[in-house]
Write a protein that binds this ligand. Structure first.
Ligand code: SAM
Length: 289
């Protein structure tokens, strides 16, 4: 029995690394209009979804990513009533956003309806809030939607997209950030998954320069573990309009009326602590922007 028969592997050529999980079977495979979507049943991580050969989400550890894409930015905003999620087709981030009673409406815009339909089948726990009356699910290109959004109509924009290749590439461009800046109200924030701080520092540099170039007044990065992505260490970067990212509603975090498995006030503070190599690089990017 070859290695391939027992393990599902994501290879990161340019990183010189590979990551494998032991599998029982591939339970789903399809080529959608945009991407190849696969789901594997694993021996120890539950179900695992891959898009175009890249690991996206597993049953066992997705709470790390979904909680960190939602809670830090929502507790940083004074009153996050109007929220949009671009990407996020597995619906895990949407579920976390809807835990916040301050959220009055949330629109999720994913280019590929098939990702959500596959998630409903193999990750039903992530889709359990899809019928919430505050939620609206659209299936169009995120850059089209943000270009058509009313100026100042959003408090928080979460970009839970694939990597900056294929359909996700457009979501890392200055044209996208300029449209996002216009759609956000004063004090509004964009948060975007920003890859591995160890392996993808060039992508983070480009994001900082493009976000400042698009008019965002402050850009900060939060760091968190991500076991199924290259290097196991991931990040999300926040751009804020007309204010600094700064403090958060600590008392509300302490008194929250919902369970979290990773996020709390200490994790919030720790996640914004910049490692020395990153502190130096980001200080230069800020200075030059
Ligand atoms: N956590 C994952 C990551 O960090 O790679 C992302 C998960 S989520 C499944 C990514 C979603 O982004 C996919 O459902 C994909 O269809 C969506 N997506 C990619 N490009 C898009 C675009 N231009 N507009 C809207 N959604 C897009």
């Amino acid at each position: 029995m070859s290695l391939d028969d027992q393990w599902v592997t994501e290879v990161c050529e340019e990183c010189g690394s590979a990551f494998s999980l032991k599998k029982r079977a591939r339970v789903h495979e399809e080529q959608s209009a945009f991407q190849k979507i696969e789901v594997y049943e694993t021996t120890a991580w539950g179900n695992l979804m891959l898009i175009d050969g890249f690991t996206m989400v597993s049953t066992r550890e997705n709470f790390l990513y979904h909680e960190m894409m939602a809670h830090p930015v929502l507790y940083t905003h004074e009153r996050p009533a109007r929220v949009a999620i671009i990407g996020g087709g597995d619906c895990g981030t949407l579920r976390e956003v809807l835990r916040h009673s301050e959220v009055e409406q949330v629109t999720q815009i994913d280019i590929d309806e098939r990702v959500t339909r596959v998630a409903e089948q193999y990750f039903p726990e992530l889709c359990e809030s899809n019928a919430d009356p505050r939620a609206r699910l659209l299936f169009i290109d995120g850059i089209q939607w943000i270009r058509d959004a009313e100026p100042g109509s959003l408090d928080v924009l979460i970009v839970d997209s694939t990597d900056p290749i294929g359909p996700g590439e457009v979501l890392f461009t200055d044209a996208f950030y300029a449209a996002a800046h216009r759609a956000l109200g004063d004090g509004g924030m964009l948060v975007q998954q920003s890859e591995s701080p160890l392996l993808h520092i060039k992508i983070l540099e480009r994001m900082y320069r493009n976000l400042y170039g698009a008019g965002f007044d402050d850009v900060r990065t939060l760091f968190f573990p991500q076991p199924i992505y290259p290097s196991g260490w991931w990040s999300a970067s926040i751009g804020r309009k007309g204010a600094t990212v700064g403090g958060f509603r600590e008392a509300d975090v302490a008194n929250r009326d919902f369970e979290t498995r990773y996020y709390n006030a200490d994790v919030h503070r720790a996640a914004f602590a910049e490692p020395e190599f990153f502190r130096k690089a980001a200080a230069q990017w800020r200075q030059e922007s």
